[in-house]
Design a protein around this ligand. Structure first.
Ligand code: F0G
Length: 458
């Protein structure tokens, strides 16, 4: 609405879910039982759950209505064709392959095209992307611009790829690089956007070396909104037009529909290459399902088709990006160090800067995540040394950064929930000197952050 200052949630609430309140003692006990790993908490013991924005969004009444239209035919389901049309209309890609979530698309793509010793460049690989590359004994190479590695540095497109570094890699090792990836927005680097100018420059390098460009498109709509706000020449374009322009620069994408698909489950792999698509579909049948359902129910395909339309609506994106920024302003206004500017889907607290008395190998991110839970029942996630510090050879090093991500589920929490979260964060900030580090008592060899057990130090 023009002339009004308040940006309201662009929806009203038709169905609600009660929250359970706990005492500090109950949360301390729950955390102990969870081996000090918030992934092992029961969801019911969490008051405001900012663990992830993935699959945790609220579907619209139109999406719930669409569920009833689901066609559960094993082959050739009507819902598949609706889904395929929605994805193709948005992305323009020839082959649309449904998968049960994003990592299934990654696994199918990488298992099909990678051989040991190959290299996959990306601005920053997300954890599952990296793991799906490393499991093929290939090298996941992060090439975000230098600004993207420094939390306090302000840059409008901190997710941009370092095009010179990409060029140098390809000049040296082009035969080892089967494709180039760019993640929009750059989740591991703080939910930061990638500009169209940067995508165009990456495309030009890919053309020069005849390499396909794939987007990790999980948060394409949020990226499009940032382009509209920040990149010259895009203020008057719609988010859908901008998204189309992003996809038009690529040869394919992996997608988790649990983010900007506004669905609780689902994903897809899309591409123009006939040869790769044929091989990917063969593997899909082996591990996910027939190519017209790919591990999803017909009703899931309906929800995604509808979600992809709603997610590019301007009132939604305006509210979405502003609500994340609102939390960022509140906590950084109190002095809490965060990645600047705010990301699209999350606020990332710089736990290493906040807790300098806890060394990276004592996991400052875990210390902060656990303190936020005990303080106010808020669950965030460590994105740092526990998530990224374990090398394929089993040695451990400090992650590039030690961040705590507070990811905002889509259309779930209201402004007062966010005010409460800010109060909890600021409460922990005031007693930060009392926080202690952790050690790992047990962990698996890959993706250890999900199941590791910790013990507090001292
Ligand atoms: N790529 C990115 C950039 C992601 O953020 C995720 C998931 C995936 C791929 C994998 O998709 O979960 O559907 O298999 N990110 C979630 C998160 C889990 O919490 O950020 P998935």
């Amino acid at each position: 609405m023009q002339g009004f200052h308040t940006i309201i949630e662009p929806f009203r609430i038709k169905s609600v879910e009660a929250l359970k309140f706990t005492t500090r003692e109950q949360r301390e006990e729950a955390l102990r039982r969870a081996d000090y790993n918030v992934f092992k908490l029961r969801g019911d013991d969490v008051l405001v759950d900012l663990l992830t924005d993935s699959g945790t969004g609220a579907m619209s009444s139109a999406q719930w209505g669409a569920l009833m239209q689901g066609d559960e035919s094993y082959a050739g389901s009507r819902s598949f064709y609706r889904f395929e049309a929605a994805v193709r209309d948005l992305t323009g890609f020839t082959h649309i392959i449904p998968t049960h979530q994003g990592r299934a698309a990654e696994r199918i793509l990488f298992h099909t095209i990678l051989h040991p010793g190959m290299i996959v460049p990306n601005n920053n690989h997300f954890d599952t992307t990296r793991a799906n590359i490393e499991v093929e004994e290939a090298d996941a190479r992060d090439m975000v611009i230098d600004e993207g590695r420094h939390p306090a540095v302000i840059h409008p497109f901190k997710g941009n790829m370092d095009v010179r570094a990409l060029e140098a890699l390809l000049e040296r090792d082009a035969d080892r690089v089967p494709l180039v990836m760019v993640t929009v927005t750059n989740n591991s680097g703080g939910g930061q956007p990638v500009s169209l100018a940067n995508l165009r420059a990456v495309r030009a390098v890919c053309d020069r070396f005849e390499k396909p460009l794939f987007l990790d498109a999980c948060r394409f709509a949020e990226n499009a909104w940032f382009i509209k706000q920040r990149e010259d020449g895009y203020a008057d374009k719609t988010p859908r037009e901008i998204a189309r322009e992003m996809f038009a620069l690529a040869d394919g994408c992996t997608m988790s529909a649990k983010k900007d698909g506004l669905a609780n489950i689902g994903g897809f792999l899309a591409m123009n290459s006939d040869a790769w698509a044929e091989q990917c579909r063969t593997l899909l049948i082996l591990t996910e399902g027939f190519p017209t359902y790919g591990g999803l129910a017909g009703y899931d395909l309906e929800a995604i088709a509808r979600g992809l339309e709603e997610v590019v609506e301007e009132p939604y994106l305006k509210y979405r990006i502003r609500s994340t920024e609102y939390l960022a302003e509140k906590v950084s206004g109190a002095g809490v160090p965060i990645i600047q500017p705010a990301g699209g889907h999350a606020v990332y607290i710089d736990a290493r800067a906040m807790l300098p008395h806890i060394t990276p190998l004592q996991y400052p991110g875990i210390a902060l995540v656990n303190a936020l839970y005990v303080e106010g029942g808020v669950r965030g996630v460590e994105i740092g040394t526990v998530m990224f510090g374990l090398c394929p050879d089993g040695t451990e090093r400090a992650g590039d950064m030690d961040l705590v991500r507070l990811a905002i589920p889509r259309r779930v929490y209201t402004q007062s929930h966010i005010d409460y979260v800010a109060e909890v964060v600021i409460g922990v900030w005031k007693k930060r000197q009392q926080l202690k580090g952790y050690r790992i008592t047990q962990a698996p060899p890959v993706l250890r952050h999900f199941t590791a057990a910790f013990a507090p130090l001292g």
